[in-house]
Structures are given as C-alpha cells and as structure tokens.
Design a protein around this ligand. Structure first.
Ligand code: ADP
Length: 419
C-alpha cells in the first residue's frame, strides 16, 4: 500500500524556488533515506511532507488524503517528526518530554491515562532511555536528548516517522542502535520512515531505498544500488568515490578517493609500471599516484583486488581472465607498457604458474634496455610457487642490476630519488 505520495511539488522560501518538480511515493513500512549535499533541499522536503511548509505547486498525500485537509491532531496521530535540532524549553523531566508525544490523544484538558504512560515508557525502553526518566532534559547529553526526541515521536504512535539526520549527535554505538531500532519498527510494526542522512554508508545499510537530491531536484531514486553509484556521487557531490559491497554486511559502502593527478597535468614525474597482484600493489598504486606518477600495471587477473584498485583509478592495465595463464597477446601488451615506463616496480607478490610470465617480462625488458627495475622482497613469506623458476629469475635480475628493497617505504623513497 502506498503510504505517502508526493506529486510534482515545488516549494519556495519567499520568491526563491527550493524544490522543483519533486515526485515520489513511499510504500507502507518502507525505510527511505534522503541524501544530497548541503543546501540541496533535504530539510525543506521533510518540512513539506510534514505540512510545515506548504508547496506552491503539487500535492502531498497521506494514504489518499491531501495533507492540507487533515487537522493538526489527526496529522500528529499519523505522522511524527524528529527535527535536526530540538529546543525543549524549561526544565522538563525526560518522562514529561516523552509524554508530550501523547498530546494529540488527550482530549480537552484530560491528563495522561495509564495507557499514555505505558506507551511513553515503551518508547523510552525502545530508545534505551528508561534510566533517564526523571532527569531534567537540560541535564542530558546531545545524544541522549536525540533519543528522548525520538522516544517522544514514537509515543505519538505514528504511521509515518520523519527524521532529519537522526544520528547526527550520536556516537557509533547509539547510531547503530537507533538505526536498528528504526529498521525493526518498519519491519515489525509497519512504520513508514522518511529520513535525511549525511552518512551514505549508514543509509545504505538500513534504508530500503534512497532519494538523491541536488539543487532541489531529484537526481536519482530507487534501490541503494541504483542511487549510490560513483557516477551519481561524483556528479552531485563533486567527489570521486569507490562504491563496493561490504563483504561482511553485504551492504554498499562508499569510500572517498583523492583525485589523482591527471596524466596530462604538468609536473608529472614519470611512469611507473607495477607488477603486483593479490592486494600487494594497491597501497603502492595509491601512493605513487599521490606522488604524481603515472602508473600502469599488468598482467593482472580479473577479480584480483589489485585489478579492482587499478580500475578504480583508471590505470592503463593489462588484464587476464581469472585463474588463467597469461596469453601471449597479453604478455606482449604488458611488455609494451613496461617499455614505455621509466621504472618497473615488482611488489612483494608471490609467483605461481599463472603469473610467472610477468617476471619473465621484467627480465626481457631489462635485457633489452637499460630499464630501472625495483623489486620489493619482504622476505617473510614464500613467494616462489613455481618449483624454483621464479627464484632463478630473481637471481638473474639481481645480476642484471635490478635493485632489491625490503619494503614499500624503501621502494617509494628510492623511486622519489631516481624518477
Ligand atoms: P539541506 O537540508 O539539503 O541542507 P535545506 O532544505 O535546508 O537544504 O535548504 C535548501 C535551500 O533553501 C538552501 O539554499 C537554503 O539556504 C534555503 N533555505 C533553507 N531554509 C530557509 C529559510 N527558512 N528561508 C530562506 N531560505 C532557506
């Protein structure tokens, strides 16, 4: 069942249009996150959905009722709002603040019934603030106050809960507790939630779907996978990010990336070709890019984490099918990249029959040209899984002038001196 319908809404502050042609629907029991840069209209959208700000154009429907036609009490029984900053005047006890959520149910001057207290205590139990019941609201921390305000909203027993950055003042532990609680209320009690988030990772872990706003318009809406793409985030926030699935939680996580210098940028120091694999090269790739080098790599197998890193940074990289020996064609491509580079860096990668050709390529290039070759050998783990073939090539490379270093730091320091 559709609980909320926002149809072609335009909202203004004075003569300034802040929301334009905003349309979306929220199903009963859905947990929908609103994300977007500062000033994109997220809070305004919540104000519009909660009836605080009337849209100049368009309509907001709760079930099939126009929001404007619902009385204040009727609306408060259906919808509760947790604003970003809540001012609670006077020295009310926490319990009294939570009981304020029962106001829409108190007819005339009737005072709270046993049932009202029961609902308030249950809301406090859910938000973990029972122990604060008698504490003055002015004497609780920012995070505790936020939970009091959420408890007050839950005491309204709403069908729809609107929250503006509900985890803003909470520590990590309480962020997770509150988000889990909200999710549970959606699942078990069919509560519909529309909430503004600034943390993509928290939003993607808990929300069923997202709305991405930019300059008052919806840029993307739908599943977290659909909305949280690196293209969307780069377009709207102007920040390069990597979006991956967290292997433990299964949810998406977004990692901001620095902007590597463009290859055409002046002052580029030179090209480093890195032979790596299995994650042994990712830190080196990042560090070299940060230093302003152009980086190429190969041959890397698809699904290898170093390949993922190389693709994330748009490196020129020779790629092989997963778990396959390197084909002659890819070997030749790799040789060409090596020849174009100023220096070849071999990470602490182990060699087996699937990647031995990379080491052979290093030898070929070193034989043909006086190319600088730097090999990292941390010496801790076995790295020859070829029955001695790789060891032999390492020996040959050493005799031909390849420089061996003990770790990444040494390698980077040396590269900075010679390239
Ligand atoms: P967000 O929540 O995404 O940060 P807001 O909805 O608060 O964005 O604001 C959207 C735009 O409306 C911004 O440009 C902001 O400066 C403006 N704005 C917000 N509140 C008011 C107001 N009360 N009067 C005038 N302009 C406002």
């Amino acid at each position: 069942m559709v609980r909320l319908t926002i149809k072609n809404v335009d909202c203004y502050y004075g003569s300034t249009k802040v929301l334009e042609s905003v349309s979306f629907r929220v199903e009963d029991g859905d947990f929908v996150g609103i994300i977007g840069p500062n000033g994109s209209g997220k809070t305004t959208l919540l104000k519009c959905v909660s009836g605080i700000l009337k849209p100049k154009v368009g309509t907001v429907l709760i079930d099939d009722f126009n929001l404007e036609l619902l009385g204040r009490c009727e609306l408060a029984k259906r919808m509760a709002v947790v604003p970003q900053e809540s001012y609670v005047g006077f020295n009310f006890k926490v319990l009294d603040v939570v009981l304020m959520g029962r106001n829409p149910y108190l007819e005339g001057f009737r005072s709270e019934s046993e049932h009202d207290f029961k609902v308030a205590y249950e809301a406090m139990r859910l938000t973990g603030i029972l122990h604060l019941a008698d504490r003055p609201i002015t004497e609780v921390s920012g995070g505790e106050k936020q939970r009091v305000i959420i408890a007050r909203a839950l005491a309204q027993e709403p069908e729809i809960l609107l929250l503006d950055e509900p985890t803003l003042h909470l520590d990590l532990n309480h962020q997770i507790e509150i988000m889990s609680l909200l999710k549970e209320l959606c699942r078990k009690k069919g509560l519909t939630i529309l909430a503004v988030f600034h943390d993509f990772n928290l939003a993607s872990k808990y929300c069923d779907s997202l709305i991405l706003l930019s300059r008052g318009k919806i840029v993307s809406l739908g599943s977290c996978e659909k909305v949280l793409t690196s293209e969307n985030i780069e377009k709207v926030f102007g920040v390069r990010v990597a979006v991956k699935h967290n292997p433990i939680t299964g949810s998406l996580y977004v990692t901001p990336l620095f902007n590597p210098p463009k290859t055409e940028e002046k002052g580029l120091k030179g090209t480093i070709h890195i032979v790596c694999g299995g994650g042994s090269g990712s830190n080196l790739i990042r560090a070299l890019l940060e230093e302003g080098y152009k980086v190429t790599s190969g041959v890397l197998h698809l699904l290898d984490s170093d390949y993922e890193t190389a693709k994330t940074f748009n490196l020129q990289v020779v790629c092989e099918a997963p778990f396959s020996p390197i084909t002659e064609e890819n070997h030749q491509k790799n040789l060409r990249l090596m020849e174009e580079a100023n220096l070849i860096l071999v990470s602490n990668v182990p060699f087996g029959n699937f990647n031995l050709k990379n080491l052979e390529a290093v030898k070929t290039v070193l034989e043909k040209k006086r190319k600088k070759v730097l090999i990292i050998d941390e010496g801790e783990k076995q790295r020859d899984f070829t029955g001695g073939k790789a060891e032999k090539i390492f020996e040959e490379l050493k005799n031909m002038g390849a420089v061996f270093v003990k770790n990444q730091k040494e390698a980077l320091n040396l590269i900075k001196k010679i390239v």
